[in-house]
Each structure stands twice: as structure tokens, then as C-alpha cells.
Design a protein around this ligand. Structure first.
Ligand SMILES: NC(=O)c1ccc[n+]([C@@H]2O[C@H](COP(=O)([O-])OP(=O)(O)OC[C@H]3O[C@@H](n4cnc5c(N)ncnc54)[C@H](OP(=O)(O)O)[C@@H]3O)[C@@H](O)[C@H]2O)c1
Length: 375
């Protein structure tokens, strides 16, 4: 794994013509032979007018990199972070990795006792109650963060995944949309003063490749008819990406950058429930014996690999100066507008233009503001 080190602006950096206002930091990678080579930061590339925001950065990391690899050598002490659902699976690994790198992490959980049990043994964490489907809970969670101190990293990770039954929150909103989108939109809005105070904050919205197929049901967002677990999940994940695009457009100027991240497909080590085994086998996610298949290049990842792109978005200087993008496999994803079916060998998860559409992003923002205001 290449090691990265960070330095402030140097003559090396200037020598490649990357100097100028806002260039910031240069990143070096150590090659196999031990020599250093500069990986330009996105900010440096932009200062030179070199890069399209939505093009891959060619980071030194890959689909197989882990959260530990990505944060190796980075010191996050003094940075304050919130991870929603930061006690289970991907969220737990993100919490562990950020805390190990020195960040002060608050886990936001609807059941703090359950979260504390799941995080047993991890030191230096705070756990605070948050039910994303309850506006009063969101506001109560955010209140202590409005004391003027900065929030550097907000990871909107919690979600309801493929809920087999239609469920609604107390306001009547479909549960996946309410949790993943409405709750995180409201939370992020409430935390804007703290994010602004960081003078360089990252908001990571954990989405999914399902955003490719997600349709925002503008006329029936809450599934008064035709509930389908995949459509509901995919709508909520498309909303995460559109929210990222508009959040970044509105707040980049005050130093808040937003990134959407697809972690990969992570079913965990198992053992898996017998009733889901045949479906997992059909999707190419377990072998004949029911053992989890790990093939990161095909998107099938361990929890540690899945958390890598999330912490890259949250803390890596490689992402300095960019936002409003969709990451996967530890890089900005390419845009692929072909329709691609999911098969046992292939899980389409690149970006597409529809999920990043700025007009849809504005439209969803306006609608969401109304829904959150109406309570
Ligand atoms: N796993 C995958 O294959 C995969 C693939 C693509 C994208 N993702 C995305 O990655 C993220 C994490 O997924 P995961 O697989 O790690 O999921 P997970 O283990 O099911 O975690 C979901 C978390 O959300 C929390 N949550 C649910 N409703 C909540 C509410 N009303 N208020 C506060 N927290 C709530 C849950 O808390 P409780 O413990 O209280 O239930 C749990 O901690 C999600 O955004 C998911 O869409 C996952």
C-alpha cells in the first residue's frame, strides 16, 4: 500500500506549476523503490484549471483499500466528527478508524444503550441519542453543537435498507426516505453553524449504487401506492446524492464540502440467515457453502474495505477543494450513462448523470425544505 504524506506548500509543489491562491497542500506517494512522487491535490489541480470536478482523481487507493490504509499517517486530533448509526457495520468501522486517527467522534444512535454495547472497548467516544425520523430528536441532538465550537466531519450514514414492509414515520413519510434523506437533511441544516465554524468541513452522505436506478417519485414520494422495497431504498439513495450536489453548491463558499459515497456491497462475514442464502447466492454474494465472497474489484467488500471510501471523503487531503461528487472505490467515480442490469458477476455502481442532475438537486432541496418545515 503506498504511503502518503502531507506537507504544506513547497518548492516541489511550485516546480510543477501548481502554485497559486488556495493551492493548499501537496500529497506525495512513496513508490516501491522508496522514491517520492507528487500526487497533486484536487485543489492544486483546480487552481491550474486542470481538472473536471467529476473526473476520477486517480488516488493511490483502490477498491481493496481499507479505512486504515486511507487514514494511515493522517493525524485527525483536534477534529470533531459525528457519525450517524456509527455503531453498526460500516458506521462502526468508520467510527473506529476516525477515532484511531485521533478524531473526537460522537456516535448518533436512536438507542444509545445498544450503541454503547456495540462499541464496547472503543475508547474516547461520545454516544448521543438521535432518531432521524423525529424532528424534535434531530433538533435536540443538534442543540449542544451550536455553542460556537466547530464540527469538522459529519457522516450521514444511518439508513433503512430494503424494508420488506411499507412503514411510515409519525408524520406519514415512508421510512427509508424519512431516515436517510429527511432526517439527514434536517440534521445537516441544524448543524450548519458548527460546520461553518470549522472553516473547512466535510459532509459525507453515505449513498449506494442503487442511486443509479433510484427515481424520485415527485408526485408520490411517500408511496401512497405501489410500495416496493428496492424502489424505496433506491429513491432514498438517489436523494442522498442529489442532496450532496445542492448542499455543496450552496455551502462550498463557506468551506463546507459535501461528498456522496457508495461503499460497495457489504454483507458481512456471516453466518447468513438460511432464508436469505439462496437470494445471496443468486446475486453472487455467497458461494455454494454460504461463505461470503469478497471480490473488491467487483464491488463485493469487507466492512473495512467498505468504510475506506467513506473516510476518504471525510478526511483525506486528496479530496481538498472538491465536492458535489460521488465516490466509489476510493476515488471519484466515472460517469456511465449506459443502462446496466445487475448480475451475479456485476453490480453496476458508477455514477450516472441523472443522479448528479443539478436541476433535480435544487428541486429536491426545495421540496425537502417544505417537508421538514411542515413537520
Ligand atoms: N451494506 C451494504 O451493502 C451497503 C451498500 C451500499 C450502501 N450502503 C449504505 O451504507 C450505510 C450503512 O449501511 P450498513 O450496511 O452498515 O447498515 P446497518 O448496519 O443496517 O446500519 C444502519 C444504521 O442506521 C441506524 N438507523 C436506522 N434508523 C435510524 C433512525 N431512525 N435514527 C437513527 N439511526 C437509525 C441503525 O441503528 P439501529 O442499530 O438502532 O438499528 C444502524 O446503526 C447506509 O447508508 C447504507 O445505505 C450499504
Amino acid at each position: 500500500m503506498p504511503r502518503t504524506s502531507i506537507c504544506s506548500r513547497t518548492s516541489d509543489n511550485r516546480s510543477d506549476g501548481a502554485d497559486g491562491p488556495g493551492v493548499g497542500m501537496a500529497v506525495f506517494s512513496r513508490n516501491k523503490d522508496g522514491r517520492r512522487s507528487i500526487l497533486r491535490t484536487a485543489r492544486a489541480q483546480q487552481a491550474c484549471g486542470m481538472r473536471d470536478q467529476r473526473a476520477p482523481l486517480h488516488t493511490p487507493f483502490t477498491a481493496a483499500s481499507t479505512a486504515t490504509d486511507v487514514l494511515d499517517g493522517l493525524d485527525l486530533s483536534g477534529r470533531r466528527a459525528i457519525v450517524t448509526g456509527g455503531h453498526s457495520r460500516l458506521g462502526r468501522e468508520v467510527t473506529r478508524a476516525l477515532a484511531s486517527a485521533g478524531a473526537s467522534v460522537t456516535v448518533a444512535a436512536r438507542n444509545p444503550d445498544r450503541a454503547a454495547a456495540a462499541l464496547d472497548g472503543m475508547l474516547g467516544l461520545a454516544i448521543e441519542p438521535l432518531d432521524l425520523t423525529d424532528p424534535a430528536s434531530v433538533e435536540a441532538f443538534a442543540r449542544p453543537w451550536l455553542d460556537g465550537r466547530p464540527l469538522h466531519i459529519l457522516i450521514n450514514n444511518a439508513a433503512v435498507l430494503f424494508n420488506p414492509q411499507l412503514q411510515r414515520d409519525r408524520r406519514g413519510h415512508e421510512l427509508a426516505f424519512s431516515t436517510s434523506h429527511l432526517g439527514h437533511f434536517h440534521l445537516t441544516q441544524a448543524l450548519i453553524p458548527a460546520l461553518t465554524a470549522a472553516r473547512g468541513a466535510r459532509v459525507v452522505n453515505v449513498t449506494s449504487g442503487a442511486a443509479r436506478i433510484g427515481q424520485i417519485r415527485w408526485d408520490d414520494i411517500d408511496f401512497t401506492t405501489g410500495y416496493d422495497p428496492v424502489a424505496a431504498y433506491a429513491q432514498s439513495k438517489r436523494a442522498n446524492v442529489l442532496f450532496t450536489v445542492e448542499l455543496d453548491r450552496r455551502y462550498a463558499a463557506v468551506g463546507i464540502r459535501a461528498l456522496a459515497v457508495h461503499p460497495g456491497v457489504i454483507i458481512g462475514p456471516g453466518p447468513h440467515r438460511p432464508e436469505v442464502l439462496s437470494s445471496l447466492r443468486d446475486q453472487g454474494l455467497v458461494d455454494e457453502q454460504g461463505k461470503t465472497i469478497i471480490d473488491p474489484a467487483a464491488g463485493k467488500k469487507t466492512i473495512e474495505q467498505g468504510a475506506a471510501s467513506i473516510v476518504l471523503g471525510a478526511a483525506s487531503p486528496l479530496l481538498d477543494g472538491i465536492g458535489g461528487v460521488y465516490l466509489k472505490d476510493c476515488d471519484v467515480a466515472v460517469i456511465d450513462d449506459e443502462e446496466r442490469p445487475m448480475t451475479a458477476d456485476s453490480i453496476p455502481a458508477d455514477a450516472n448523470s441523472a443522479m448528479l442532475d443539478p436541476d433535480d438537486a435544487r428541486r429536491l432541496w426545495d421540496l425537502t425544505e417544505e417537508l421538514v418545515r411542515a413537520r
